[in-house]
Design a protein around this ligand. Structure first.
Ligand SMILES: [Zn+2]
Length: 262
């Protein structure tokens, strides 16, 4: 009985969902057995729960800042995330240097990160990077790998589906600050870095801020306790060097966009 059910699930997944996915920004191909609609649903559900668990900041200045930067990046993302219902939330945790984005256009930024990313340019780099993970569907890719590893053992039953979706989204995007935040692969990180600086540049933010931001993070990582963001995002010469190498491509995007946002 259970075997039939699982086989049925497998067939349904293979027939109903996209198999091979080509990243529109980098051309990299990957197997993803989760539809964008499912992904958005998982993201929205995980985000809603997070909002009830974490302390939401109502600081008007910080909220305005995150929304201002986020909305410009959302315009740069455009139809790469057609189902996005954008939400930008500031979480009140001055010691938490972290930010995340979930499918469906759900973005959270912790007040600790806002203190470290002193300019809107730097904030745009971080938000662009996190949103880059979402548009590149890295979480869905990781969930797919998990499903394959488990022999497509996703035994969804009606009663627990919501819960399971939520757990999967958490595994895929590691959105819980300080709790089991899983690192993306180096390839995913590098992809999100590139996509992120493109979004920032197209949104009229100086992509050179990526260099200053990561240098700051590198310094931060030498000062005792590793901030959350750094435990999953190593700040090192390789990362900074790669970002520097991309500048000739993204600086012209910034020069063009700057006129629009003046
Ligand atoms: Zn990342």
């Amino acid at each position: 009985m259970k075997g039939t059910f699982m086989l049925g699930m497998l067939v349904a997944m293979l027939l109903g969902l996209t198999g091979c996915y080509t990243n529109p920004e980098t051309g990299r191909q990957s197997v993803i057995l989760i539809s964008p609609a499912q992904e958005s649903e998982m993201g929205a559900s995980a985000f809603a729960e997070l909002r009830t668990k974490e302390k939401v900041s109502h600081d008007p200045e910080m909220n305005a800042r995150v929304r201002r930067v986020g909305e410009r990046i959302a315009v740069a993302v455009g139809d790469q995330l057609p189902s996005a219902k954008w939400e930008f939330v500031v979480f009140d945790a001055p010691k938490t240097i972290n930010a995340f984005a979930l499918p469906g256009g759900k973005v959270g930024v912790y007040t600790g990160l806002l203190t470290l990313a002193t300019t809107d340019d730097e904030l745009a780099i971080v938000m662009g990077h996190e949103i880059g993970h979402v548009t590149a569907r890295h979480g869905a890719e990781r969930m797919t790998q998990g499903l394959i590893a488990a022999g497509i053992g996703l035994a969804l039953d009606a009663g627990t589906q919501g819960r399971k979706n939520h757990d999967l989204a958490m595994i895929g995007y590691g959105a819980v600050a300080g709790v089991g935040m899983l690192a993306f692969s180096r390839v995913d990180e590098s992809e999100a870095d590139l996509i992120g600086i493109r979004y920032a540049a197209k949104a009229g933010y100086n992509p050179m801020a990526a260099i200053t931001f990561w240098q700051k993070m590198e310094k931060e990582s030498k000062g005792g306790k590793l901030p959350e963001f750094l435990s999953t995002h190593p700040a090192n010469e390789t990362r900074i060097g790669q970002l520097q190498g991309w500048m000739p491509e993204v600086l012209p995007l910034y020069e063009t966009a700057k006129q629009r946002y003046r």
